[in-house]
Design a protein around this ligand. Structure first.
Ligand code: SIN
Ligand code: CO
Length: 386
């Protein structure tokens, strides 16, 4: 297991006592952290077409909020007030490969739970207001200082301001307040109220976020997936029907048949795993086509490997996971597609899920594994290191 980012608290203790349970403040967790993105670079990213960025401008009385969506331009930044604004950029690790090292330190949490690395830059007084998220987040202060107020458990039924473009918890009464300095980290579990306000003019916070599908998404997603594979002739059937006492009754036997329809699909190991793996590895931005202009085939890969080893890098925006089946075979999931793996390709599948850097040598890998590499390369899920 990798080194704990929680100081004296081990990763095992963090998971047992804090993860999804209660906040944790770690002073000096990232003391020597070199920021892969500074404020100017963040503003530059926020001007790019494909980058998801927001600006939240707060009135100095902290009672009204304005929300703007990117892409921005130089004028947007020139027109900002002197204080009380924050710029938030999502998925910075998709665009800045150096930012991935930070995320790799959180791989003790399964890949499929990871959402993205968001980076914010705020002027004094800037923040998004008191709110809660449905996600787990590790907030790492990398520059300047931010006051974090934490407290209370909230859900969809909790009161919220209806006159603001961002979610704001009214009558905010924090239970704890900490000022985070560069290198400090705060873990906030889902539904815990939090409010981060920049207390310096150069406040940067890196948020490593983890998502979890809602039960509604799981139920709808799976039934949609199964439903699409069925013909309209696959129906509730009751050839053994006998006369029942009351024609109005939906009998326990009828309900049992309905339950059995669900069970038949749920108990199909392959179906549930395939749907779930494809669903949770769907890329954050599926509309972005990452595939290379020049595709390769197996022969070209074999020829290149006969010259020298090849270093591949997992695409920063790719999501990868696998499941092991009772047969010992593996189903690899990459960006919403599944790849059944047997024999030699199993090791490659697991390696791809373990590390963003793959060094491939001639002779070390089976034909299956090289075929898998070709498919992944042609989809843009891996690329050749410079
Ligand atoms: C931030 O302002 O960097 C974090 C926003 C949040 O609380 O989710
Ligand atoms: Co939040």
């Amino acid at each position: 297991m990798s080194q704990s980012p929680f100081g004296d608290i081990s990763i095992e203790t963090f998971l047992a006592e804090y993860w999804q349970k209660k906040p944790l403040l770690v002073r000096g967790a990232y003391k020597d952290f070199i920021q892969p993105v500074d404020a100017d670079e963040l503003a530059g990213l926020a001007c790019e077409e494909d980058v998801e960025a927001r600006l939240v401008i707060t009135a100095p009385d902290n009672d009204t909020w304005e929300l703007k969506h990117g892409p921005f331009n130089e004028d947007t930044f020139a027109e900002l007030p002197d204080s009380h604004w924050t710029l938030l950029v999502q998925a910075v690790d998709n665009w800045v490969p150096d930012a991935c090292d930070l995320v790799e330190q959180f791989r003790f949490i399964p890949n499929w739970r990871y959402d993205d690395l968001m980076v914010s830059f705020a002027s004094e007084g800037g923040g998004v207001g008191p709110h809660y998220d449905n996600y787990d987040v590790f907030l790492i202060q990398t520059q300047g200082e931010r006051r974090w107020e934490i407290g209370g458990h909230f859900d969809q039924h909790s009161p919220r301001r209806d006159d603001t473009p961002v979610m704001i918890i009214p009558d905010w009464h924090p239970e704890q307040t900490w000022v985070l300095e560069p290198g400090d980290m705060l873990y906030v579990p889902p539904q815990v109220g939090h409010n981060g306000v920049a207390v310096t003019d150069d406040c940067m916070t890196y948020s490593v976020g983890f998502r979890a599908p809602s039960q509604a998404e799981i139920l709808r997603g799976f039934t949609d997936y199964v439903g699409e594979q069925l013909t309209s002739e696959s129906r509730y059937a009751d050839p053994e029907l006998t006369v029942q006492e009351h024609p109005g009754e939906i009998t326990p036997q009828a309900l049992e048949k309905v339950r059995n329809i669900f069970n038949a699909f749920l108990n199909d190991e392959q179906k549930l795993a395939t749907w779930f793996g494809e669903y949770v590895t769907d890329p954050k931005y599926p509309e972005l086509d990452q595939s290379p202009e020049d595709k390769i085939n197996s022969q070209q890969l074999a020829d290149a490997l006969s010259q020298s080893e090849l270093a591949f890098v997992r695409n920063e925006g790719s999501r990868v996971s696998f499941t092991e089946q009772t047969s010992g075979d593996v189903l690899l999931f990459v960006d919403g597609q599944s790849y059944p793996c047997k024999g030699g390709s199993i090791q490659l599948a697991k390696l791809l899920c373990q590390t963003p850097n793959l060094i491939i040598n001639q002779g070390e890998w089976s034909g299956d594994a090289l075929e898998l590499l070709v498919s992944l390369y042609n989809r843009g899920c891996i690329y050749l290191a410079e």
